[in-house]
Design a protein around this ligand. Structure first.
Ligand code: GRF
Length: 209
């Protein structure tokens, strides 16, 4: 077992960030949140960090000359706060090698559908649920996956199905999916804390405890 020292990246509301904090408080996830960084001054996640006295960094891409310089600032902030594992909790930017290399196989993202369907550029928020409903899917779900330099494409750690119901709107489906997100993200992180994840190429094996 190894207590994860988390650095969280979030662009929005922050309900997944908050759920992680609650699982830590309840002793279900062996981790500390060391730092939060956001690319949006309006992100709800920043308020959560403030309430919890978690060091926070807000930065805007337009203040940097490249994506790499932007990520370097985040990397420096995470290193200063001794982050050893990164969580993308509703973070809408693609990461560069500047962050991916130092945290290789130690960056997780959560996606509100069953990848590899309904992922990729532009597939975020209600766009995902709208596409699932438009396709006529009877099942959607949640995917927690490792992050690489392409949107939603890294090896999958955990997935969970969520039924689509008659009369669902993007909002009702999103709410049902979000409920599962708040569980499965911390479950996936706990598997890393328990050192039970074995990665071989795209294949991820969960070793028994
Ligand atoms: C979630 O639906 C997550 O799957 C996606 O972005 C959303 C973030 O929601 N990546 P929140 O900010 O955690 O409430």
């Amino acid at each position: 077992m190894k207590r994860l020292q988390l650095g969280v990246l979030a662009s929005g509301r922050g309900s997944n960030f908050e759920a992680i904090l609650k699982h830590i408080d309840a002793g279900r996830l062996l981790a500390d949140v060391r730092a939060l960084a956001s690319n949006r001054t309006s992100a709800g996640a920043l308020k959560i960090a403030e309430r919890r006295n978690i060091p926070a960094l807000v930065l805007s891409r337009k203040d940097f000359s490249s994506d790499e310089m932007f990520d370097q600032e985040i990397l420096d902030f995470f290193r200063k706060n001794e982050v050893d594992f990164v969580v993308l909790a509703g973070y809408l930017r693609l990461l560069t090698a500047v962050l991916i290399q130092p945290y290789k196989n130690r960056i997780l993202n959560i996606h509100p559908a069953l990848l590899p369907s309904f992922g990729g550029k532009g597939m975020f928020g209600h766009h995902v649920h709208e596409a699932v409903l438009d396709y006529g899917c009877k099942v959607s779900g949640v995917t927690v996956h490792l992050v690489d330099e392409t949107y939603d494409s890294g090896p999958i750690i955990l997935q969970r199905c969520v039924p689509v119901q008659n009369g669902d709107t993007p909002d009702t489906l999103a709410a049902r999916v979000l409920k599962q997100e708040h569980q499965i993200f911390s479950e996936a992180l706990q598997l890393f804390a328990e050192e039970r994840i074995l990665i071989k190429g795209r294949r991820v094996y969960v070793q028994s405890s």
